[in-house]
Design a binder for this molecule. Structure first.
Ligand SMILES: *[C@@H]1O[C@H](CO)[C@@H](O)[C@H](O)[C@H]1NC(C)=O
Ligand SMILES: *[C@@H]1O[C@H](CO)[C@@H](O)[C@H](O)[C@H]1NC(C)=O
Ligand SMILES: *[C@@H]1O[C@H](CO)[C@@H](O)[C@H](O)[C@H]1NC(C)=O
Ligand SMILES: *[C@@H]1O[C@H](CO)[C@@H](O)[C@H](O)[C@H]1NC(C)=O
Ligand SMILES: *[C@@H]1O[C@H](CO)[C@@H](O)[C@H](O)[C@H]1NC(C)=O
Ligand SMILES: *[C@@H]1O[C@H](CO)[C@@H](O)[C@H](O)[C@H]1NC(C)=O
Ligand SMILES: *[C@@H]1O[C@H](CO)[C@@H](O)[C@H](O)[C@H]1NC(C)=O
Ligand SMILES: *[C@@H]1O[C@H](CO)[C@@H](O)[C@H](O)[C@H]1NC(C)=O
Ligand SMILES: *[C@@H]1O[C@H](CO)[C@@H](O)[C@H](O)[C@H]1NC(C)=O
Length: 460
């Protein structure tokens, strides 16, 4: 299939332009031409967006027609504070609008955990404070004398090239000593665990995020076993795929995948913090800021709250008692950040998980309840009860809002970065979120562009 067939917008846009170029001879036609161009652009944009909403080729629109920065600065810079009316339609979940130019993918929507209405997990704290450039004081714990680039990377790859069953894997993972018990001098790493269907459309942003910080992170990718990836050897994701199983959204297979990621990451003793990331997630700060924020906190960032409504307590099944009673029951976003101690408990749990498998069936979704409830029963004091992954539920409905390239403005990102209030290590801060999700693939280019300035990425 040729590129033009695949990306109809490109054709539509180039034609009127060619036609109009012949008319610009006479002076008084000049204004007419501008008017026509303006009108055509409007018309074309409308056409393209219509076709986009049908074909989901928004990314193609970005890459093959007009760069966002030149299309219409007014729209690009429109303040995020007016979420409606939206200048462009938000595309629907892939499952409801199959793309005719691609074979339909039967996998349900990313992350939203439930194909059927699953009322929103915690909505983000209201935006209270104007953007402030001063995050909490940070001290980057970098030890550059420690060479981790060569041997360790190979060892890491050997660790995930196993063929253990989940049972063997989970058992082995929980037997790895914790860093305090070992006398080795290990650097402490953050494990970034990507739970994806297939590819990582925002991969290049993450590549840029990780660049220069080798030795302070580990990457694990869980994707559908049928997905056949081809990655360049110099990609940070190369060889980082763990033995995976199919995931059916809204079922316990999601939890299995999360535990599989945790177990694989636990095999490496230097991993101290464990972050679950989706394919639509972006980092909101540079690596060193995120690393410090996590390492300097002794609590985990796992959303957990008691929702008295039907979508919270209403999902509790009395048959779970006495092991789990209604006062233990919690709800929270599945996108967690756990420290090693809690990660071990999630992987080693054999008491509560079977109960969830049996009794938490739709409209109960394990991914929104299992880990929050487990942690609440076992170690409530180790959790901050808040998530560090921002998402916009403000529209209501079953799915959070998705963001496209028109949304990517400095102001919008600053708001997510600093526009909330929460507690960090006992102090109030306005830096509550380190990641944000539901970013469409077409946000990649604008995000890469603003990353050095807004996200603090190393400009090199
Ligand atoms: C850095 O790591 C090396 C190797 O483990 C260790 O010998 C050295 O003391 C560390 N330096 C600092 C400042 O922690
Ligand atoms: C780190 O270790 C690798 C493999 O042992 C070696 O090739 C590389 O030169 C070392 N780098 C530094 C900076 O010592
Ligand atoms: C698992 O891997 C080991 C070596 O790594 C091999 O000997 C064994 O046959 C493998 N088992 C299966 C079931 O593939
Ligand atoms: C994956 O892709 C490679 C190369 O494109 C091909 O040789 C291989 O058969 C594919 N594997 C599957 C399971 O589709
Ligand atoms: C629920 O269990 C906790 C202990 O896990 C107990 O303290 C609490 O009283 C129980 N609540 C009810 C309503 O049974
Ligand atoms: C976390 O650190 C703070 C201050 O250092 C301390 O007061 C608190 O007890 C610690 N919490 C845990 C769970 O260790
Ligand atoms: C988190 O919630 C649990 C249970 O409600 C509570 O015991 C714990 O103190 C809370 N943590 C913080 C930091 O508020
Ligand atoms: C709170 O912040 C102040 C100054 O910013 C700092 O001195 C203090 O140690 C912080 N408290 C905690 C518990 O982190
Ligand atoms: C990361 O961002 C912080 C805050 O914006 C900045 O001070 C720091 O220099 C950046 N670090 C790197 C390695 O770019």
């Amino acid at each position: 299939m040729g590129a033009d067939q695949q990306y109809p917008c490109r054709r539509i846009i180039s034609k009127p332009f060619n036609g109009l170029l012949h008319v610009k001879n006479t002076n008084h036609v000049f204004y007419l031409v501008f008017t026509v161009i303006g009108f055509s652009l409007g018309l074309i944009t409308t056409l393209c967006l219509k076709s986009f909403s049908l074909t989901n080729n928004f990314q193609a629109f970005l890459y093959y027609s007009i760069p966002p920065s030149t299309l219409n600065p007014q729209i690009v810079n429109s303040p995020q504070s007016q979420p409606s009316p939206r200048p462009f339609p938000t595309p629907q979940e892939p499952s409801t609008s199959p793309s005719p130019s691609r074979p339909p993918i039967p996998t349900p929507p990313e992350s939203s955990s439930s194909p059927s209405p699953s009322p929103p997990p915690p909505s983000p704290p209201p935006i209270l404070i104007p953007p402030s450039p001063s995050p909490p004081p940070l001290s980057f714990l970098r030890n550059t004398t420690f060479n981790l680039t060569g041997v360790t990377l190979k060892e890491q790859q050997l660790l995930i090239m196993h063929n253990m069953s989940d049972h063997e894997l989970f058992k082995k993972a929980t037997m790895i000593p914790s860093i305090q018990d070992s006398h080795d001098d290990h650097v402490q790493k953050v494990a970034f665990m990507f739970l994806t269907k297939q590819s990582l459309p925002l991969g290049p942003l993450w590549e840029s995020f990780f660049k220069g910080h080798e030795g302070l992170y580990s990457i694990y990718v869980h994707s559908d076993p049928s997905y056949n990836e081809t990655l360049p050897q110099d990609s940070v994701f190369y060889g980082r795929r763990i033995p995976s199983q199919p995931v059916f959204w809204g079922t316990a297979t999601m939890i299995d995948a999360e535990r599989r990621l945790l177990a694989n990451a636990l095999l490496e003793i230097s991993n101290q913090r464990f972050v679950l990331i989706s394919e639509s997630c972006i980092p909101l700060f540079n690596f060193s800021t995120i690393y410090d924020y996590l390492m300097n906190s002794n609590q985990s960032f796992l959303g957990s709250f008691d929702d008295p409504r039907k979508a919270g307590r209403g999902r509790y099944n009395p048959k779970m008692s006495p092991a789990i009673n209604i006062t233990n029951w919690r709800k929270g976003s599945q996108w967690f950040e756990l420290h090693r101690e809690l990660a071990i408990h999630v992987v080693s749990d054999q008491k509560y998980y079977p109960i969830f498998q049996q009794y938490c069936v739709p409209p109960c979704y394990s991914d929104e309840h299992y880990i929050p409830t487990l942690v609440n029963i076992l170690y409530p004091e180790l959790n901050s009860n808040r998530t560090i992954t921002w998402v916009d539920w403000s529209r209501g409905g079953a799915h959070p809002r998705k963001f496209g390239w028109v949304d990517i403005t400095n102001e919008f990102l600053n708001r997510i970065q600093f526009g909330s209030e929460c507690v960090y290590n006992g102090n109030t801060t306005n830096m509550c979120f380190l990641f944000a999700r539901k970013f469409l693939p077409n946000t990649l280019r604008p995000l890469l562009k603003v990353a050095p300035l807004v996200l603090g990425f190393n400009p090199n």
